[in-house]
Write a protein that binds this ligand. Sequence first.
Ligand code: KG4
Ligand code: ZN
Length: 368
Amino acid sequence: MPDPAADTITVLGLESSCDDTAAAVVRLGPDGPRILSSVVQGQTALHAEFGGVVPEIAARAHVERIDLCVEQALASAGTDLSGIDAIAVTAGPGLIGGVLAGVMCAKGIAAGAGLPLIGVNHLAGHALTPRLTDGLEFPYLMLLVSGGHCQFLIVHSPTRFERLGGTIDDAPGEAFDKTAKLLGLPQPGGPSVEAEARGGDPARFAFPRPLLDRPGCDMSFSGLKTALLRARDQAVAEQGGLTRHDRADLCASFQAAVADVLVEKSRRATETYLQARPDDPVLAVAGGVAANATIRNALEDLCKARGLRFVAPPLNLCTDNAAMIAWAGIERYRLGLVDGLDLSARPRWPLDEHAPALLGSGKKGAKA
Ligand code: KG4
Ligand code: ZN
């Protein structure tokens, strides 16, 4: 029987909602949480020639790999299922085939080993990570910014997330990836665009800063790639090709536009968040785009100016992983929230059920 009040809780987590198959073991003990193991098998090479994640290929790869990931995670944690108190699994949002692969595997383990099953919202996994890494107290402000997500959340509790706004179309990481593709740079686009931007002039191309003229925290990034495409084609038409210099300037100007939008919308989000009068105000970030030094530094400067602490978990816990799912599972387990074997996989599953639906998609499809 689950004992939510036990002083040590060990949870096996599974993640398979996009293009990473992952399993991890996390233990909460009297000294706080510890990640005993975290295994992530990416699928970048499988999807490379298609220029994006192919759902069917992703789902098949998850099915082939997830049990091996679980075995590896248990072995490197130095335990087996007898040392596990519950199984947590991403039950959405995400690509339905992948989510189903994880949910079915978790149900099989839970049924076979007689363990409680806990369905976790993938976005809750990201949003609760700063409590695992930095022991943050509620409420804190979170900017989730990756290839699949972009939203501001006030995290009030393990089950209450207030969405202040988000992208109505592409996620910023997706815009970085498309920019790289348009300029012939390698995937994933974020790091290659950032590297190229280093020698570039961020003021040469005046790319749009969409939705800054509108109140609120919603964002839009899809127009940026069209603007970049036009600027590229114009330079090619005028000069017969792109110099390295042009490419660096295009990357730097694109990156500056993304950073400006994220910083201005973060400033507005902090205004709403500070009205909740947190004792120790914090802006936490998660997602691959938070690795970008220009964006990160600009957010850090904003936090300094507004008296907030800036928290960025290590990158391997900001990007998709199963330790965050195991941790979110521990948070739910402590509240007595466990699921039955009728747990459903949900391709769309907004964290804040009360917020109006966003039009946005991101590379995992419309969902939040
Ligand atoms: O969080 P993540 O690993 O996966 C999800 O999308 O859920 O984020 C990956 C995204 C990719 O789109 C990648 O291009 C972007 O994060 N990214 C970056 C950087 N590193 C990764 N974007 C901008 N600058 C970076 N340094
Ligand atoms: Zn994610």
